[in-house]
Design a protein around this ligand. Structure first.
Ligand code: ADP
Ligand code: MG
Length: 335
């Protein structure tokens, strides 16, 4: 099978909103009036972002999910995406499963594949996603990193740390009971982009981003962009690890390995584990009910984990408000 047959078989689909999709030199999109186009790119490299033998259906899902997560963080509605693929060869069962996982998530979010590029080379998946943000009375409704104000509450969606727990287990650093590994692995390999929550937070959140490299490091981006500091309750964050919750809810251990992690290991997972793709956001205290409403309408759990301060810097405290040393660095490809 040649390059063009491959594209036609797996990636060419009838256009929906686009004026022109796969098959010409460019795709064409007609923007709606009074909208901005939000654009984001994420590249996934085999051996660096995922194991080369990852289930291809899950990999297709994740490749788009991490991009949709960026749209969610901006409060943008998914519109379309392009797919640049470098493949070591034509493996049809792999391509069919990859396309299935990718396009199922795309369809669930009404995000159409409008073009891309396909070459031979090491396995590498690069997606650029486009979304829409309304402009109301001349003002963009996009959620940015720069709007946090002293006194704002700090929130995070969903669960944190489980993807990192799975990664540590797959790397052989720890051993997990099968059921715990399966659940954590799903968080690593099939993250849920919080698109509905991001849309519901327009006009409510003062700042937002998605947590991809670890909570503490990513929070640092909001603090820097907004020119503020924050205090974070580290123990409120460790309760967001699904595996921690189930292991402390009195369920019997499933095997000799147990989940006998130290408090510091739990904190490390939640505070500096990456690949969570949850939304971290701030909102004024008087909008607490609006945040709760956004959580309900998007059916996405949201937890308050701290607050924004006028004093620069990040202060970590435990559940008794005692200060904790911040040793929780984020992932950095070049550090
Ligand atoms: P060009 O040579 O002009 O760059 P290509 O031959 O690379 O175009 O691609 C042909 C068409 O197929 C283009 O419309 C392009 O957007 C699309 N395409 C290429 N690879 C992919 C892919 N992986 N997924 C979706 N569309 C693709
Ligand atoms: Mg090309």
């Amino acid at each position: 099978m040649g390059e063009f047959d491959l594209i036609a078989r797996y990636f060419k689909r009838p256009v929906r909103r686009a004026a022109l999709g796969v098959g010409d030199d460019c795709a064409l999109l007609l923007p709606r009036p009074s909208t901005q186009i939000a654009i984001s790119t994420d590249m996934l490299v085999a051996g660096r972002h995922f194991f080369a033998d990852t289930d291809p259906c899950r990999l297709g899902h994740k490749s788009l999910a991490v991009n949709l997560s960026d749209l969610a963080a901006c409060g943008a509605k998914p519109l379309a995406f392009t797919l640049a693929l470098s493949l070591p060869g034509v493996d049809e069962p792999w391509l069919a499963a990859f396309a299935h996982g990718l396009l199922a998530l795309a369809d669930a979010h009404g995000c159409e594949l409008i073009g891309g590029d396909t070459t031979a080379g090491p396995l590498n998946i690069c997606i650029t996603v486009l979304g829409e943000v309304p402009v109301v009375d001349g003002r963009s409704q996009a959620l940015l990193r720069s709007g946090a104000k002293p006194g704002d509450d700090l929130y995070v969606s969903g669960t944190l740390g489980d993807a990192r727990l799975a990664l540590d287990a797959l790397l052989g650093k720890i051993t997990l009971p099968d059921a715990v590994l399966a659940a954590a692995r799903e968080r690593l390999e099939q993250p849920t982009p919080r698109v509905a929550l991001g849309l519901a937070l327009r006009g409510v959140a003062s700042a937002a981003l998605d947590v991809s490299d670890g909570l503490i490091g990513d929070l640092g981006h909001i603090l820097e962009s907004s020119g503020v500091g924050a205090t974070v309750d580290a123990d409120a964050v460790t309760t967001l690890i699904a595996a921690n919750r189930s292991s402390t809810l009195g369920r019997p251990a499933e095997g000799p390995s147990d989940l006998s992690l130290t408090q510091d290991q739990w904190r490390t997972l939640a505070l500096s584990g990456g690949d969570d793709y949850e939304l971290l956001f701030t909102a004024p205290v008087h909008l607490r009910e609006a945040v709760a409403q956004a959580s309900r309408s998007s059916q996405t759990a949201v937890t308050r984990i701290g607050q924004i301060d006028a004093t620069a810097g990040l202060r970590l405290v435990d559940q008794r408000s005692q200060p904790l040393a911040n040793r929780y660095a984020s992932f950095d490809h070049f550090a």
